[in-house]
Design a protein around this ligand. Structure first.
Ligand code: PNW
Length: 496
């Protein structure tokens, strides 16, 4: 079948995040982040891996940007390490000129190659200084003011050249993995035996509010003081899977699927896209454990109108209703998440990591649902996968990444089909430019289009890296083909 067309001005490139690639953790005055601490805990909670060297991108960025040119990318999404810019993190703490200088060089080197920078302000690496000082994201009032000041420094110093800003990457993962199950830094949890501190029943919801208000502060500041002169765009990147009912004959599983998506996405999208309160199903389950927005919070959210919805999408799942009273530690909306439905049908083809199966048809549904519900132009700010068995492959084997090539092609077609549904989708970033530190999974799980040899730090392009440009060229020039018509979300409803 011929590929489904994409808008002719569609923007595309590759994405990375600071702690996953930079290394150089002690150089040029960088302060520690909660990931430095987390990666060095004993016993290890990151499979022994840390970001001390990572891909050594801090010293090899010119080489990495040459890869982008070679791959034909028009754009590059990277994140700034807050503790390189403000080593202790706080609004009265000093700015580190050497940290600014690194990102100045990076941005200039991108522009010299004709590549558009997309900058994420926060990709999980909170300065340890403010975590120690007042509990970091657990302190809603303090953290939003410190984040606002950090954002201000970035707009002031980089905004003459950076026109695309993403405030926060995946607040759901930050809240739930950092403070719910404790899989990510700072590793707090009351249900994870490895965690020594935390309260899963309350902390994720507090942290969620801190992230929402931090996003709102940074965005309203941009709107008030920078938008007019710098003429850029700003948004947030939200993760979230699409959920299908586990039993397509059971109305309760349809409701469970919808509820699961509200807990994933509505939690953040209601306030940041619509300046509205949390979804009702969250209040119903969480009661007073879910913080409230005050009138002045809502006023701030209304001033934080943003330009786009950044979507990170990897996979989808089935949702099964739990008939029991929800636990205080539940953060999923009282559902079971499954990869096979009642009839034993898999949600998608297995990849190289257990949580990810390739689900392009549900990507289309997800895009269309998010566009219809939240009404913002969408940029897909992450999408990608590891190939089955890739963790055990040599470089020679890994470069033949047919699974990834197919994954990209199928997901690009899904974007085209969602455009046919009427969605406004404007760009795409493949995750990731190179194999890198996959957080608590360490270096085994490889999401890169470039193979990283962690002994020699040599980079080798995989087949997918060189094919993406061709895939986009084909889709951005062909005339739009028609398919079976717009998607019906979770339709038809079963008769009960
Ligand atoms: C994202 N899940 O994280 C992050 O933004 C990246 O830094 C990361 O490398 C990439 O996806 C691949 O994992 C996620 O379990 C981590 O559903 C886990 C999940 C989703 C996203």
């Amino acid at each position: 079948m011929s590929p489904v067309s994409l808008p002719s001005d569609f923007e595309w490139g590759f994405a990375t995040a600071a702690y996953q690639i930079e290394g150089a953790v002690d150089e040029d005055g960088r302060g520690k982040s909660i990931w430095d601490t987390f990666c060095h805990l004993q016993p290890t909670r990151t499979k022994g891996a840390d970001g001390d060297v990572a891909c050594d991108h801090y010293h090899r960025y010119e080489e990495d940007l040459d890869l982008l040119s070679r791959y034909g990318a028009a754009s590059y999404r990277f994140s700034i390490s807050w503790s390189r810019i403000i080593p202790l993190g706080g609004r009265d703490d000093p700015v580190n000129e050497a940290g600014i200088a690194f990102y100045d060089k990076l941005i200039d080197a991108l522009l010299a190659r004709g590549i558009t920078p997309w900058v994420t302000l926060y990709h999980w690496d909170l300065p340890q200084g403010i975590h120690d000082r007042y509990g970091g994201w657990l302190n809603v009032e303090e953290s939003q003011l410190d984040f606002e000041r950090y954002a201000k420094v970035c707009y002031e110093r980089f905004g003459d050249r950076v026109k695309n800003w993403i405030t926060i990457n995946e607040p759901w993962i930050v809240s739930i993995f950092g403070y719910g199950n404790g899989w990510n830094a700072p590793g707090r949890s009351s249900i994870n035996p490895m965690a020594v501190q935390g309260d899963t029943s309350t902390e994720p919801w507090i942290v969620g509010k801190a992230l929402i208000m931090s996003h709102a502060r940074a965005t309203s500041l941009y709107n008030r003081d920078f938008r007019h002169s710098q003429k850029g765009k700003i948004g947030i990147s939200l993760n979230g899977d699409y959920y299908e009912p586990w039993d397509s004959q059971d109305r309760r599983d349809y409701e469970a699927a919808e509820r699961r998506m509200e807990f994933h996405i509505g939690w953040f999208a209601n306030p940041v896209c619509l300046a509205q309160d949390y979804p009702e199903c969250m209040r119903a389950q969480l009661g007073e454990r879910l913080p409230h927005f005050t009138e002045s919070d809502f006023a701030l959210l209304r001033n934080a109108d943003m330009d786009f919805y950044g979507m990170n999408y990897y996979t989808s799942q089935y949702a099964q209703n739990r008939g029991t009273i929800p636990l205080d530690t539940d953060f999923l909306g009282n559902v079971n998440e499954l990869q096979e439905n009642k009839d034993g049908m898999s949600i998608g083809e297995k990849s190289g990591v257990s949580w990810l199966r390739s689900t392009p048809n549900l990507f289309r549904k997800h895009l269309t649902r998010v566009y219809r519900k939240y009404g913002k132009p969408i940029y897909v700010t992450e999408n990608g996968c590891p190939c089955p068995g890739e963790d055990k492959m040599t470089c020679e084997e890994a470069v033949n990444d047919d699974y990834r090539v197919q994954y990209f092609a199928d997901h690009l077609d899904a974007i085209g089909r969602s455009c046919e549904d009427g969605s406004d989708i404007r760009g795409y970033f493949a995750w990731s430019l190179m194999d890198n530190l996959e957080w608590s999974d360490g270096y085994g799980v490889r999401f890169g289009v470039t193979f990283t040899d962690y002994d020699t730090l040599e980079r080798t392009p995989k087949r997918s890296a060189l094919l993406l440009k061709k895939m986009f060229d084909e889709r951005m020039s062909t005339t739009r083909e028609h398919d079976a018509g717009p998607v019906g979300l979770n339709d038809p409803k079963p008769r009960m």
